[in-house]
Design a protein around this ligand. Structure first.
Ligand code: AMP
Ligand code: GLY
Length: 420
């Protein structure tokens, strides 16, 4: 029987999920709440955090499976509420989503399972944090404890900068997220993300992805939600994957089961591959953005049965196939992002796409009379596949050139580290 699906969120990740689910032979009706201009044929005007309205909608439309994109509704407990009402939903419960919702919680799980990560301390007040930083010295990393859309992290190379970061977080530059602060040792190496489907017991890793977090070429500038991705990074090996699954992913899920808050959905581990081996930078409790764009571009299997199996502890029965191609996603952002940026910029999109290319919408809206306009910081995720990384990059940047968005800020070096 065909299944009615509701996707929650409005980013590039959700457009990619909608694009992929729309290809499923098992799909009934598709809805995206609230979606963006890329998903406009499926959009429902309900905000991602309005759990009550989403629940009422899902009940009324006989939604068979809800797929949650962003972290906020997960941390607010949307999965718990839907399940209590007899609805099937893909994602972790509120308790399990704390792996992303609180960096101090995540660190406590890593310590319990002896998972390799940066040395850390959490503080609730500024002065003890400052004292600790003075003692440890720079470089170090200062993080707001709670959700901050990937922006609540300051990598401080100088002591002064680290002390200033404490003040900024405590003064509430990141909203409530900053009521607690985590100070970490700086890890060095290649950064890579491994996202895994899990039903709480079984783990199916997706293809590994390298994101580009900083705003500017050469990994300069501020941290952002992610300026571009490619998969797979050339340094990733079967042995590295085995080690990450054995020393990080499996122990994380075991601790979550032991605490009676099993984790289901997508467990995203952000890793630094250091000289001593892989160490965890962070967990996310959901698909990444813009990781999902390149992952789904390479997913050969139907995604719907995979998501479904995760909700009924049947993931071990599922076979997942991936394309060999390399995929690259270049984010085109509004000028100014990740700081203050303009909205409502007109966008002209190419009327046809090359076979290996796809433009995923993120912060876009459709205005009668004007057409596509920007409505957020990260506006488009221009994605392409190729047989080699060089070919995929070339395709992606050629497609970027075809987009009418001359003010766009984007990085020219997405995937470049993979060629070196
Ligand atoms: P997070 O939100 O914790 O992943 O941090 C965002 C980004 O900050 C990461 O993707 C890294 O690029 C950087 N980062 C976070 N923690 C560390 C660390 N301990 N050492 C070096 N870089 C870090
Ligand atoms: N691109 C990083 C994230 O989704 O958290």
């Amino acid at each position: 029987m065909n299944k009615n699906i509701l996707i929650i969120g409005n980013g590039g990740r959700e457009h990619a999920l909608a694009w992929k689910l729309n290809q499923s032979p098992q799909l009934g009706r598709l809805y995206v709440a609230p979606g963006n201009a890329g998903t406009k044929e499926w959009n429902v005007p309900i905000e991602a955090n309005d759990i009550e309205a989403l629940l009422a909608f899902a009940l009324a439309k006989k939604i068979d499976l809800t797929v949650v994109g962003p972290e906020e509704p997960l941390c607010l407990g949307i999965v718990d509420v839907f399940r209590e009402n007899g609805l099937r939903i893909f994602g972790p419960t509120r308790a399990a989503a704390q792996l992303e919702g609180s960096k101090a919680f995540a660190k406590s799980v890593m310590d319990a399972a002896k998972i390799p990560t940066a040395q850390w301390r959490a503080f609730e007040e500024a002065e003890p944090a400052r004292e600790y930083i003075r003692k440890k010295g720079a470089p170090c990393v200062i993080k707001a404890d709670g959700l901050a859309a990937g922006k609540g992290v300051i990598v401080a190379l100088e002591l002064e900068q680290a002390l200033q970061a404490v003040d900024e977080i405590m003064e509430g530059s990141f909203g409530l997220a900053g009521s607690k602060i985590v100070v970490e040792e700086l890890l060095e190496g290649q950064e890579v993300s491994l996202l895994c489907f899990t039903d709480g017991d079984t783990v199916c890793p997706m293809v590994p992805v390298q994101d580009h977090k900083r705003a500017l070429d050469g990994d300069q500038g501020l941290n952002t939600g992610g300026m571009g991705t490619y998969t797979p990074p050339p340094f990733w090996t079967a042995e590295l994957q085995r080690s990450v699954l054995q020393t990080i992913v499996e122990p994380t899920l075991r601790v979550m089961r032991e605490r009676e808050t099993p984790f289901t959905g997508v467990l995203y581990v952000g890793l630094m591959i250091t000289e001593q081996g892989p160490k965890v930078l962070e967990y996310n409790a959901r698909f990444g953005d813009p990781e999902t764009q390149v992952i789904l571009a390479r997913l050969q299997s139907d995604v719907l049965p995979i998501l479904w199996a995760c909700t009924e502890r049947r993931l071990r029965d599922i076979q997942i196939d991936w394309l060999k191609d390399i995929a690259v996603c270049v984010v085109m952002a509004a000028p100014g992002y990740p700081q203050a940026y303009a909205k409502g910029i007109s966008l002209r999109l190419p009327s046809t796409l090359p076979e290996e290319g796809m433009i995923f919408h993120a912060g876009t809206a459709w205005e009668e009379g004007r057409g596509y306009v920007s409505s957020g910081g990260r506006v488009l995720g221009v994605t392409a596949k190729g047989e080699t990384l060089a070919a995929a990059r070339k395709q992606a940047y050629a497609l970027v050139e075809k987009v009418g968005f001359p003010q766009a800020h984007y990085r020219r070096d997405i995937g470049l580290k993979g060629l070196k």
